[in-house]
Design a protein around this ligand. Structure first.
Ligand code: ATP
Ligand code: MG
Length: 251
């Protein structure tokens, strides 16, 4: 298994802190990140952990990120406070790209923390570095939980999973979060429950003017996926109802 510079740094940080002892294998290597199955260290109560290491930023990553970052606040004063970071970000220098990446990683981690604490079906976040997140591993010694797009559920399982996902989307919205990249690829099925992953692009509907369209798109993807199980639903109507209730503070 090839481990690059970013992965070595993350591995060293997490193992020095006692969270993991070794990387066992690659779960998936994608455009934006690689996810590894790791042996947990003495500090963690379970035997396995998942480590998601982001790739360095380049032209291909987060191409349309303005849609998602609208309204996000960058509190430089909490970090350095002399304008250096803002300038680096604007000029897209090496430091700027590193900060940009850190903002995505940090956003995914904070979103997972908020949702996990609210009782959502997301992996428990453990800790993070500037370019990696350590989280609960969804799977066991034998197998990793499978993404929903690779599975064939029974009609009964599908109905339960669909209802659970509708409840999840509502719970996230009650926490002022829209996933914004929801599809069967970012849902894994574990212990008869859909668990949702991959939150770096999540948006806050209080500050992001694209949130309703993104909520609508998320719901459309899910509703379309479940048509194969005979589940007919109107994504636009569900999105509209949720949105109205969210606006009235009724979620
Ligand atoms: N906590 C976890 N436990 C088990 N498997 C996981 C976990 N997190 C992610 N995975 C697996 O790794 C894959 C990639 O994770 P994720 O979607 O977060 O990264 P990504 O870079 O956005 O990948 P992609 O570009 O394929 O969407 C998931 O499809 C899932 O199969
Ligand atoms: Mg993904």
């Amino acid at each position: 298994m090839f481990i690059d510079k970013n992965e070595q740094t993350a591995l060293a940080t997490f193992s020095d802190a006692g969270w993991i002892t070794e990387v066992l294998d690659t779960i998936k290597s994608g455009k934006e990140a690689t996810v590894y199955r790791c042996r947990a260290g003495a500090r963690y109560s379970e035997k396995l952990l998942a480590m998601k290491v982001y790739c360095d930023l380049n032209e291909r990553n987060f191409k349309n990120d303005a849609i998602y970052t609208e309204g996000r606040v960058f509190r430089e004063d909490k970090v350095i406070g002399d304008g250096r970071m803002a300038r680096a970000l604007k000029k897209k220098t090496t430091l700027g790209k590193a900060i940009h990446l850190f903002m995505w990683v940090d956003h995914e981690y904070q979103t997972l923390c908020t949702l996990y604490n609210a009782g959502a079906g997301v992996p428990k976040p453990i800790t993070k570095t500037n370019n990696a997140i350590l989280m609960e591993y969804l799977g066991d010694e034998e197998a990793t939980a499978s993404p929903l797009n690779t599975l064939v559920l029974t009609d009964e399982e599908a109905q339960t999973a669909f209802s659970a996902l509708m409840d999840e989307i509502e719970l996230w919205l009650a926490c002022d979060i829209v996933h914004a990249d929801l599809s069967a690829y970012n849902i894994v099925y574990w212990k008869n429950r859909p668990m949702v992953i991959d939150f770096p692009q999540a948006v806050d509907p209080r500050f992001n003017g694209n949130a309703f369209d993104l909520l609508n798109r998320d719901l459309t993807n899910i509703c379309k996926h479940f048509v194969r199980y005979g589940i007919e639903s109107d994504a636009g109507e569900i999105a509209g109802n949720l949105w109205e209730r969210w606006k009235l503070g009724q979620l």
